[in-house]
Design a protein around this ligand. Sequence first.
Ligand code: B12
Ligand code: SF4
Length: 521
Amino acid sequence: MSAAGQTVLYVRLPCWKIYPGGVVYVADYVHKQRPAVHQHILDLAVVEPAERTRALTERLRTLRPDIVAFSWRNMQSFGPHPEDDALDVVLNYDHSPSWRRRLKAARDAVSIISDYVLSRLRNFGYFKLVRKLLPTTRIVVGGTAVSIFARHVVEHCPEDTIVVVGEGEDAMLSIVDGFSAPAGEFFYKDSAGAVSHRCSAESFDLRRLTAVDFAYIDSIFPAFRLYLDDDIGVHTKRGCPFQCHFCLYNQIEGHRQRYREPAEVAKEIEILNKQYGVKRIWFTDAQFCSTRKSTVHVEQVLDAMQARNIEVTWSGYLRLNYLTPALAQKMWATGMGSVDLSFTGSQEMIDALTLGYSLEQQMAAFRMLQENGHSDQKIKLYMPLNAPGETVSTLRMTIDKINELYALFGRDNVLPFLFFIGVQPGTPVERLLIDRGYLKANYNPLTFNPFLLKRLLYNPLPLGRIIGRAYLEAVDSMDRSSEYIGRATMDILERELAEAHVAADADAQVRPLTLVCVPKT
Ligand code: B12
Ligand code: SF4
């Protein structure tokens, strides 16, 4: 089958409204390589739930695409934090002293889990709808959720479906070219229902990812302009060489860091900013700034942005290992809107989680940021509280360091984000918890069992109860107009941990961790 004249319908599957950067990069790349292919993007995230099937049916009937390519972002989205109702529900259910609140939490949990189950079943229903209406159309499924759970996804797909693992540019190109010379990693369910797997040796050369042609994207993606007031995701690199205990980003993107041309990244942002009025960028790299080499690349990207006088604010996941005063100045000068990073205030926990940096160095980097241009930008601390190895004393150290950061940046500017580790497949923390008997070796990471789901949000006793109750007290007592839930929780936790009996009691029960795992830096 030749590519010319083919029609591809991309369907972004429902999730909380967030710019669909992945599918935009894929469609832009296919267009640049095969301009005669007709493409269209339908974004179900911005279609009312009751209207989605109708919207998809209408698009299938009018376009009659040769290929329907679904993009699936979140499948196992249980990583609740204070801006997500699920945290409140879990902590009330497990730790509220009031049985009424526990009962209400149980009812709310049923509705959250029903949504979780239904959203997955509905997505598989959309694939089946395509097969029913267009029996000969090829179905493709890609996206981060699929990259993690491809085997599971392919089992539930109709015949003649390709499930792409990881980056989609070359894989999609080979599919529009007729799939006779496949590229990338994928599972394929053939027309007889047999599943085969292609491993990928090659990885995409990111220098081929030139600035997105947004005029083209605007012409094929009717919902594009609905995102212009939000954060627009821009990719500068892929891959991460670290192996933090809880993280699977490097399974999705690979361990080797690959870079886009800084000038192309800056051009992309300039077009967004000057032609489409975009004011906020999120660098969607696994880590925007991490290794020594990537820090040099970051500097080049920021230089290129400065040279083009781009006026945006930007954010992204940061590590501060190689920060210098000059880079800190450049970050603020180019519009860094917040500092977003994993944080724990004890070296013991940094090592237990194999985060691969020194706390002292991180604190020095914070001082550098403060001294080199910080004004009122937020310092967002994503805290994996109560991870394996946490004790009363490591928690106290974290609280001390947060207090230092309040003093440095101003209390209102520091947002401690309460995160608990969500156990994810193939991560070292998953292996550890299986070894310890916390999880069964054959547990199903995509389970619908509410008790197992709750276990996958790791917050065990005894510290789990102390943290949970501190959070619940904070919710009840704080003034939401002037205080932030994470700060209020950490204050209450500090008070609770100051009580000697809590310390003795909890530390006696917390099993020490003896884990040796070295980050791959
Ligand atoms: C950046 C990021 C964020 C940022 C996004 C900022 C922004 N404005 O865009 C923030 C911090 C806001 C965020 C929030 C959340 N995130 Co997030 N996020 C990421 C991250 C690091 C990168 C995603 C991204 O944009 N990549 C860049 C684009 C270009 O790549 P891509 O979308 O993957 O697309 C490529 C391929 O997937 C593929 N592809 C995509 N679609 C298609 C379609 C076809 C047909 C094909 C062939 C290929 C293909 O090709 C693309 C190009 O190569 C990933 C982890 C990771 N390393 O991938 C997690 C990740 C996607 N997030 C995740 C989660 C759970 C969330 C939250 C639910 C967390 C929470 N509890 O609140 C929220 C939900 C947000 C929402 N509205 O849905 C999970 C999803 C896991 C799962 N199994 O379901 C991931 C995988 C992280 C994890 N925990 O493992 N996130
Ligand atoms: S630095 Fe750690 S947390 Fe960040 S992407 Fe890499 S492995 Fe994941």
